[in-house]
Design a protein around this ligand. Sequence first.
Ligand code: ATP
Length: 337
Amino acid sequence: MRVLGVEGTAWCASAAVFDAETDAVFIESDPYEPDSGGIHPREAAEHMGDAIPRVIETALDHARDEYDDRDDDEPPVDAVAFSRGPGLGPCLRIVATAARALAQSLGVPLVGVNHMVAHLEIGRHRAGFDSPVCLNASGANAHLLGFHDGRYRVLGETMDTGVGNALDKFTRHVGWSHPGGPKIESHAADGEFVELPYVVKGMDFSFSGIMSAAKDAYDDGVPVEDVCVGLQEHVFAMLTEVAERALSLTGTDELVLGGGVGQNARLREMLASMCAERGAEFHAPEPRFLRDNAGMIAVLGAKMAAAGDTVAVADSAIDPDFRPDQVPVTWRSGESV
Ligand code: ATP
């Protein structure tokens, strides 16, 4: 089976082709980079409108050029999968419209994918894990997922902003361009630890207090490099603490990381060390599968299509608040992809 995936929940217009036989994933992405400030939904949607046709065309050209097992009159892919949510409504609508039109014109099934479950499943697929806990540390989200009774349950989550969005708010305050996470990581290399608030409540965590304290510390003259170290150490320790509790609660010894903040080496180091200490396996997918990308949509789309979990165009509405625990996991019994 070969599946085209289309992603565009916020900033990354992306299309990918996954070939289940060889496990090869081709990804073509075109990021939206705001001139100043954060992601503006209308500008992001305008970017999607421009970029989505281009990235899809490139991915389909790849499928036609790379594989010569089909006649010219056959569709180059067996299904079209798209991110149905969560994400920015104006962006999701453009991606869904493109995916529906494409599936209909190629005469192949349409698959509606939950973007956060895709972040988890790409890690599970690449690691070959059976039933891991997943820490999704992305821009707009931060949560721990574990599989129970046919669904991915949210074991713990942010009580306010997503982890990447919180980091980006601090970097906007100090005048750095979006995205801020990589800049925090590079500046932290030259800093010293400073104390900031640490907020874990049960299995949930909060980032708003730590961000206000970080902005205040910067305004009070604490060197920005030191604030960056403080931010990384506190925020990532909070995520690591709850990830450890989730492992303990579920009894699993597999942890996967998902989301763009997962590109941070210090976060990966903390999670790897926690897992090593408790004898668990840890897998962080390669960066192209951590940040938003259509590869993860194509891979989960193939699993869902193989399980017959496709959607009629009439039922394929987007859902900007689509939670992972709303998704019946149809593809894990008798997995063939
Ligand atoms: P979501 O999956 O919730 O829709 P998203 O659309 O915001 O997330 P992602 O690609 O998952 O996109 O994550 C982007 C976030 O990752 C941004 O907030 C960015 O600052 C952060 N980020 C990227 N690289 C790093 C890094 N090295 N360290 C910390 N944060 C990072």
